[in-house]
Each structure stands twice: as structure tokens, then as C-alpha cells.
Design a protein around this ligand. Structure first.
Ligand code: NAG
Ligand code: NAG
Ligand code: NAG
Ligand code: NAG
Ligand code: NAG
Ligand code: NAG
Length: 714
């Protein structure tokens, strides 16, 4: 049971969550907006930007506040209790259902709940009508029925303050083929051997109006005699219908009403009457004559089960079928179709009928069923029941609690949700089955905006329209958000005007970057152009600055300042940074791009004045020259001079047989090599130490060597 309650709670929570706090689907009018779950409307006059669509007034309330709307319309669901008398129980007056009258206001799609309480009153008065089968097989029961009055009354007095009792009987429609219509047999239809009193057959006879006089019941019951018919089924349902609908003759009071139906046979139903040519369907009206007989029995057909069920339910009558064992199954099936009915097994001679009635009464009264009636279309009602035995359950059809003892209180949480707007407040009823107390619920749907700001010739509408809920409805010949557009031609529509805002390369009006006002684009900030096609903030960036700070962004393209070029104006067209002090462009070993030297492959440095790996690269040239001093053009490509030097000259590149320098002539970028042959060892050391770089290299090499040696020793 716990998980049922849990899932019910989750379900309700989810319905609430999606209904009330969910997103709002924007609508273009105030009433459509408030008819949409989760939406609120802003009626503040200057809330929208020029040309902004009206539906932007419709949003969740939170969003509207966030957008600084000062006048939000968001009707709230509410419950107003109109009548709520306290529980009461005495002879004259009983109040078991609270409250009695409610007025609820609903937002579409937003479920709303209220509580209904029921407290079972002590000993409410009882009216019990005893309807007995007087067909021939019941002859042995008659003796018991004669004495029944006192027993029933004293049994029921245990649970009730006052009991009234009434009596009726049924046999069969007095028409061929249900009875034998031979005149002599018709008057005394019982078996020839039967010596007791015998009366002609009838469909239903009301014998005794409900009365507190038990002696009268005994007397009238004593006067009744048996009758007989041909077939087994009887006219019991004819009788049930008459007892239900003949309110005055039966004498039903405003109390707990019980109808006891005793029979040892089955019943005829709608359609069976056709056997006797009775084609008129049962009309569900009272037709008792002055002697208490149902005098239209041979005119109307039998009623259907549903028809009887409806009549009993409309008149709050609880039905007890006291039937013999062999028909238990049939009557149990029927009972399922009749609210507030139970079946009990009757002994062959009706001897147990009093216990049967007491138990059935208890079953009927301890089951509390809260149901809705006449609910308008589009309104959904569902229930969560909290019963006195601690159980909780959820249902779409009704609230239900069984085993409710006298003075127990059960609670129902009723959820009402509407999916359609009602034209006017409409009422429906909640009733506890079998009782005539009711809760009247009037439902009003909050589908209209009561904006209270209607203004004709409003300045907000260029004095050319009426303002309601912040929205203009324009006079003839005008249109637009503030009626600012004049209808040029007869055919001019807002749609046609909007089309004028669609650029040749776009599918959206104003390229989706502005709003269309009377056929003209009003662009958002930083956006320009007839169709708002130009965005002055979306140009290329350099170093994260639009157009590198060296130009103007225009319609998505950088317009560079003089002396700049490139997609983001990142490139200077000057060359001053590429010139060496001597005025040479990139030392003749590269070219100038965006005022920066782009060096040829063998050179580097700001002005391409450094040679890349000179010792390695020109070693073949030097070795070739030293070796034969002749055809070294291949090895010495790009070398202009190669000169042998005196020993004293300091050189940085060295090989086993030759040491050399590679230098660049700043004047023309040409390469010059100076070399000496076989320098002495001492000189090498001097050379290494004498140059700073050489010193560092040697110290580094010595360090590395020591480290390596140490690692290897370790
Ligand atoms: C709302 O008003 C506040 C203060 O006046 C302002 O800072 C904020 O930008 C406004 N928000 C909008 C969406 O206009
Ligand atoms: C019904 O509600 C009342 C209070 O309103 C409470 O005292 C009572 O216990 C509830 N009954 C059940 C069965 O939950
Ligand atoms: C409607 O307008 C009247 C007068 O302008 C005012 O007194 C009243 O309070 C307004 N009602 C609402 C709900 O705004
Ligand atoms: C439309 O696009 C074409 C090609 O993309 C271009 O040549 C033309 O200038 C564009 N026109 C406008 C108005 O943007
Ligand atoms: C562009 O470069 C020329 C030549 O160096 C100079 O005279 C001119 O002032 C520069 N223009 C700007 C806007 O810096
Ligand atoms: C080499 O040195 C001597 C003197 O030390 C000098 O006379 C001679 O000119 C030098 N040769 C060159 C090529 O510099």
C-alpha cells in the first residue's frame, strides 16, 4: 500500500511540476496566454521594443519580472468555501459530509486540490422496505414473514435510533404467456392440491407504506397470500423500479433507505416483455393505482438492470438481495452492476433473513464511496482516499474507504483539472453513494484577462486604436504594434509589409537581427543595413582586437587604415622594420612581409643577417678549397670570397686540418670565408677560451663528460 501512496504522490507532484512551474508556450493574446499553463502576461505599455512580437508579453511570471515588467497578469487558482457546516448527528439533522459548497477557480492545465471529509454518524434513522416474492414456491416462507416485523425492527434498533418498515410483493405480469389466462385458473392459479389462500397473479403490489407501527406490518403480512405463474423468472425488476420511483406512496424519508428483495427465483429483464407483445420500454415512472397495484405492468416491458440501478442510485436506496443459494451467482453478477447493493444467501424458508439484513446493512454502511456527478466536459476529477484503517489509495473514478465504523472520519483529497475553458461558472456534485448529502462544487476557469486598462484612441496606439492588456487593436486602415503603419493599399497586410523586410540573401525578415516595422527594418545595436545584414561586431580579429585595432569593421569586413592590410588589418604595408641600419631590405637574404623579414632558408634573425649552421654548411666548401683549390663551384654555391688567413686570426669553425670563419657582407648579403690551415693545439685552447661562447661550450662539455663518467662509475 505504501508504494501505491508513494507513486500517487509522485504523480501528483509531477502533474503540479509540469503544470505550474514548467515552461510557458508563448501566446499572442492575453486570454490565450492565461489559458496556457505556466504563462503570465505583461500588460505594461512600453514593455516591448518597437517591432517586437506581441507574444513576447507572454512568458513565465519569473521571466517577466526578470525583464522588469511592472504589471503582470497571472490569475491564481483558488478555493472559496461557501458552506461548511460542522459534523452533526441527532434525531432531526445529520451532517456527515464536509464542506457542502465550494467555489474553485482553475487555471487550464493546472490541477487544483481540495479536501473533503466524511464522518460516519451514529445511528441515522432507517427506512426498510421488505419486497417479497409471492410466487408459489415461496409459500413456506410466508409464515416466517408474518412474524418478521418485530425481529427486523429489534435487530436494526441496535444500530439505529429509529426504524420504519414497509412491505410489498411481486409475482408476475398477468399476461399470456407468463400466466395461465384461462379465467378459472387466472383467479386461483395455485396448484389444485394447495389448500391455503391463493390470489391472482400481479406484477407488483405495494402492501404497506413505511411505518413505525410493527403490529400493522404483522397484520398486513398476515393478510397476504401466495399466487402463481407459469415460468420460473418473476417480475421482481418491475417491483424494484416501482419501489424506487414511487417516493410518496412508499413513503421514503430523508434517511438511510434500504430495500430488501427476497426471492427463490430469477427475474425477467428488458426485452422479455416482447414475448407477450409488450413493446414499450419501461418508462421508469410511478404507476401505482389506489389499491397499490402497478397498473401499467401489462403495457410496459420489464426494465433493464442499468435502468433499475440508475433509479435506485438517484433515490439513494441501498439494495439487499436475499436470495436462495441456487441463484446466488446470477444475483451476484447483477449486484456488481448496481451501486450500493449486496447479496446474501437466504435459507429455503427465509429463517435467516434477519441476520442477513443486519450483516448486509453493516457492509453497505461501512463502505464510503465518494463520487462525482454531472461533471462538465473538459474537467477531470481524481481522488486520494485516506481511510480510517490507515490505508491510502488513488483513483480516477471515486474515493473509496471500506470498514468505516460509526464516528470514524475519512478524508479525501480531490484533484480537479480543466483542459478547456468554461463559458460560465459550472457546478458539479460530489456525493457519498447511498446518502443524500452532497458537496456542490462550482468551477470557474480563469481564461479571461481582466486587464482593466482599456483605452480608446490611446496615445500608445498612435491614437489610432484601442489599447487593451497593453496591446493595440488598430482602427480601420492602420496596423502595426502601435498602429503606426498605414495601410497603403487595400491589399496591404502585415504579412506583405513583413515581406519587404526580407533581404535577397536571407529567409528571415531583417536577417533575424532586427524587427520589421511597417516594412522597414529596425536593427539591433551594432547591426546596420537595409535588411540588418551588416554586423559591425563580427569582423576578423587580430590579437583578439577587431580588425587588429588598425581598421574599421564594416558590414562584417575590416576596412583597414592606410599603411595596413590583411583580413584583420593585421599586416602593416610599411617596410621600415625590414631595413637594416644600412638600409638594406632583410640583408638581401629574404623579403619583407607585413613589415617583417621573411628570410631565405639559410638565414635568420630580424634582418636575416645570421647564417644558419655556418660551420657545418660550408665545411665541404672549405675542405674542397683546401684540397685542390680549384673547381669548388658546386660546394661553394653562394660564397663570394674564400681567403686564406694568417695564423693569428681568431676563427670559430674548426676541422682537423683547417679552421675557418664564415662571415656575411652586410653590403650585399654575400658570403665570405676566411680560413687558416692546421692551427697549433695551444691555439685551439686559446681560441676556445678567448671566445665567450667557446668558453661556455667547453665548460658545458667538461661538465657533461664528468657527469657521464660519474654515472658510469656508479
Ligand atoms: C531591469 O532593471 C534593472 C535596474 O533598473 C536593470 O539593471 C536591468 O538591466 C533591467 N533589465 C532589463 C532586462 O531591462
Ligand atoms: C482526517 O483529517 C482529520 C483532520 O482534518 C484527522 O484528524 C483525521 O485523523 C484524518 N483521518 C484520516 C483517516 O486520515
Ligand atoms: C480598475 O480600475 C479602477 C479605476 O481605474 C480601479 O479603481 C480598480 O482598482 C481597478 N481594478 C483592478 C483590478 O486593477
Ligand atoms: C547576396 O549574395 C551574393 C553571393 O553570395 C552576393 O554577391 C550579393 O552581394 C549578396 N547580396 C546582398 C544584398 O547581400
Ligand atoms: C603611412 O606611411 C607613410 C610613409 O611612411 C607616412 O607618411 C604616413 O603618415 C603613414 N600614414 C599613417 C596614417 O600612419
Ligand atoms: C701576415 O702577417 C704578416 C706579419 O705578421 C704580414 O706581413 C702579412 O701581410 C700578413 N698577410 C696577410 C694575408 O694578412
Amino acid at each position: 500500500m505504501n508504494w501505491v501512496w508513494f507513486s500517487a504522490a509522485v504523480l501528483i507532484f509531477c502533474r503540479h511540476a509540469t503544470g505550474a512551474q514548467g515552461k510557458c508556450k508563448s501566446q499572442s493574446t492575453c486570454s490565450a496566454c492565461v489559458s496556457t499553463a505556466g504563462c503570465a502576461w505583461c500588460k505594461q505599455r512600453d514593455f516591448l521594443m518597437p517591432g517586437e512580437a506581441t507574444k513576447h508579453r507572454c512568458d513565465t511570471e519569473d521571466n517577466l519580472w526578470r525583464r522588469n515588467c511592472s504589471e503582470v497578469i497571472n490569475p491564481r487558482p483558488s478555493t472559496l468555501t461557501i458552506r461548511d457546516e460542522t459534523f452533526w448527528s441527532d434525531q432531526g439533522r445529520v451532517v456527515q459530509l464536509r464542506p457542502q459548497k465550494l467555489h474553485i477557480k482553475l487555471r487550464l492545465g493546472v490541477p487544483h486540490t481540495f479536501n473533503v471529509m466524511f464522518k460516519r454518524a451514529e445511528g441515522s434513522p432507517i427506512d426498510l422496505y421488505y419486497l417479497m416474492d409471492l410466487s408459489f414456491s415461496m409459500r413456506d416462507d410466508l409464515d416466517i414473514v408474518h412474524k418478521l416485523g418485530h425481529q427486523i425492527v429489534s435487530a436494526l434498533k441496535n444500530v439505529s435510533s429509529s426504524v420504519r418498515i414497509g412491505l410489498g410483493g411481486f409475482v408476475e405480469k398477468a399476461i399470456d404467456p407468463f400466466i395461465n389466462t384461462v379465467e378459472a385458473v387466472k383467479n386461483r392459479p395455485c396448484n389444485k392440491g394447495y389448500k391455503g389462500a391463493c390470489q391472482p397473479s400481479f406484477s407488483f403490489k405495494h402492501v404497506l407504506q413505511l411505518t413505525e407501527d410493527v403490529t400493522e406490518f404483522t397484520r398486513k403480512a398476515g393478510n397476504e397470500s401466495i399466487s402463481s405463474n407459469k415460468d420460473n423468472p418473476e417480475a421482481g425488476f418491475d417491483a424494484l423500479m416501482q419501489v424506487a420511483v414511487c417516493q410518496d406512496q412508499i413513503g421514503w424519508g430523508d434517511v438511510t433507505r434500504i430495500l430488501v428483495y427476497t426471492s427463490d427465483g430469477v427475474y425477467h429483464l428488458a426485452g422479455d416483455g416482447k414475448l407477450a407483445g409488450l413493446y414499450y420500454p419501461n418508462d421508469g415512472k410511478c404507476h401505482l393505482n389506489s389499491e397499490g397495484f402497478y397498473d401499467m405492468a401489462t403495457y410496459f416491458d420489464y426494465p433493464s438492470i442499468a435502468h433499475v440501478a440508475e433509479a435506485l442510485s438517484n433515490h439513494h436506496i441501498k439494495l439487499i438481495f436475499a436470495v436462495t443459494k441456487e441463484h446466488l451467482e446470477q444475483y451476484t453478477a447483477v449486484s456488481k452492476l448496481i451501486p450500493q447493493s449486496v447479496v446474501g444467501v437466504l435459507e429455503k424458508d427465509s429463517s435467516n433473513v434477519v441476520q442477513l439484513i443486519s450483516k448486509a446493512y453493516d457492509d453497505l454502511s461501512s463502505t464510503i464511496l465518494l463520487e462525482h456527478h454531472r461533471v462538465p466536459p473538459g474537467i477531470d476529477v481524481s481522488y486520494v482516499s485516506q481511510c480510517s484503517d490507515g490505508t491510502q489509495s488513488q483513483s480516477e473514478n471515486r474515493g473509496a474507504c471500506s470498514h468505516t465504523m460509526i464516528n470514524d472520519q475519512v478524508n479525501f483529497t480531490v484533484t480537479v483539472a480543466s483542459s478547456a475553458c468554461l463559458h460560465e461558472p459550472t457546478s458539479f456534485l460530489l456525493k457519498v453513494q447511498g446518502l443524500n448529502e452532497e458537496l456542490q462544487v462550482t468551477v470557474e476557469t480563469l481564461c479571461n484577462c481582466d486587464c482593466n486598462d482599456t483605452e480608446s484612441f490611446s496615445p500608445q496606439c498612435t491614437s489610432k486604436g484601442t489599447l487593451t492588456c497593453g496591446v493595440c487593436s488598430c482602427d480601420e486602415g492602420r496596423m502595426g504594434q502601435s498602429c503606426e503603419c498605414e495601410r497603403q493599399e487595400h491589399k496591404d497586410t502585415m504579412l506583405a509589409l513583413d515581406e519587404k523586410c526580407v533581404g535577397p540573401n536571407s529567409s528571415q525578415p531583417c536577417s533575424g537581427q532586427g524587427s520589421c516595422l511597417c516594412g522597414m527594418c529596425i536593427c539591433r545595436r551594432n547591426i546596420r543595413g537595409q535588411y540588418c545584414q551588416c554586423d559591425d561586431t563580427s569582423c576578423n580579429r587580430h590579437n583578439n582586437i577587431i580588425c587588429g585595432g588598425n581598421g574599421k569593421c564594416s558590414c562584417g569586413t575590416c576596412e583597414c587604415n592606410p599603411n595596413y592590410s590583411g583580413p584583420a588589418c593585421e599586416c602593416s604595408t610599411l617596410t621600415d622594420q625590414c631595413h637594416t641600419g644600412g638600409g638594406d631590405l632583410c640583408s638581401h637574404n629574404g623579403h619583407c612581409e607585413c613589415n617583417k623579414c621573411q628570410c631565405d632558408p639559410d638565414f635568420f634573425g630580424r634582418h636575416c643577417s645570421q647564417i644558419r649552421a655556418p660551420c657545418f654548411k660550408f665545411k665541404p666548401c672549405v675542405l674542397c678549397t683546401v684540397a685542390n683549390g680549384e673547381d669548388c663551384t658546386n660546394a661553394c654555391g653562394g660564397v663570394k670570397h674564400i681567403t686564406k688567413m694568417n695564423e693569428s686570426t681568431p676563427l670559430v669553425c674548426f676541422d682537423e686540418t683547417v679552421h675557418y670563419n664564415v662571415e656575411m657582407d652586410m653590403a650585399d648579403g654575400s658570403i665570405r670565408i676566411l680560413y687558416v690551415l692546421k692551427p697549433s693545439k695551444m691555439y685551439v685552447i686559446y681560441l676556445l677560451i678567448s671566445t665567450a661562447t667557446g668558453g661556455v661550450v667547453v665548460i658545458g662539455l667538461i661538465g657533461i663528460t664528468i657527469c657521464k663518467i660519474m654515472f658510469e662509475i656508479i
